[in-house]
Design a protein around this ligand. Structure first.
Ligand code: SF4
Length: 209
């Protein structure tokens, strides 16, 4: 007999989507444990190792509990890096149950199934992403660190189809983060880069999870 399907989960919670084109929408978050990168600006490093194995049925029933409480039908599967684990069976189950699925990935692993919204956030130093992530991306998010340069923005802009919005997302809610993002935004505009958007992290402004 096959063992029951499980995923290593850091947390499941309800909140408002904090970033990008879905900002402000009611969303149930499923944060998977584990990441193949170790970004020094990571704000979810607690998910690198910690977590517990949960059966898919358990995960689904927690999600349905939040749906019943908050009338939310978007599920954002994030991490850590969610594409390190086999999340396809969970995505299929959720879609059959009527949920819309967003995945937020660093883009370093291939994606082999379709979702409603794919957020790809390439990471330094090389901003590498797989072909399938680039082809399926709904939006791209670049974390504006103190080290991010216009050349990095130009590289990532070239890597993705022109139709895909590229968000400049301040790493920090402190004044320097907004100043730096605004500076890069102006530089990108002057250089003629298309579909660049200035972003912020709603959950940090509202002090949400
Ligand atoms: S890819 Fe994301 S989760 Fe992984 S270390 Fe970098 S910021 Fe953290």
């Amino acid at each position: 007999m096959q063992p029951p399907l499980t995923l290593k989960i850091s947390e499941i919670f309800f909140s408002a989507e904090g970033e990008g084109g879905r900002q402000g929408q009611p969303t149930i978050f499923v944060r998977l444990s584990g990441c193949n990168l170790r970004c020094d600006f990571c704000d979810t490093s607690y998910a690198w190792d910690e977590g517990r194995e949960l059966r898919l049925e358990t995960i689904l029933s927690i999600i349905v509990g939040f749906k019943n409480k908050y009338n939310a039908n978007w599920v954002s599967i994030t991490g850590g890096e969610p594409l390190l684990q086999d999340i396809k069976p969970l995505v299929e189950k959720l879609r059959r149950a009527g949920f819309k699925i967003q995945i937020e990935t660093n883009g370093t692993k291939p994606i082999t199934f379709e979702v409603n919204w794919l957020t790809v956030s390439p990471k330094p130093p090389d901003f590498y992403t797989t072909t399938s992530c680039r082809q399926q991306a709904t939006e791209v998010k670049l974390v504006v660190t103190k080290k991010l340069r216009l050349a990095d923005v130009e590289k990532v802009r070239k890597d993705f189809p022109a139709r895909v919005l590229l968000w400049l997302q301040p790493q920090s809610n402190e004044a320097w983060g907004y100043r730096r993002a605004w500076h890069l935004f102006q530089q990108a505009a002057r250089t003629g880069l298309k579909n660049i958007r200035l972003g912020c992290q709603l959950h940090k402004i509202y002090d949400l999870r």
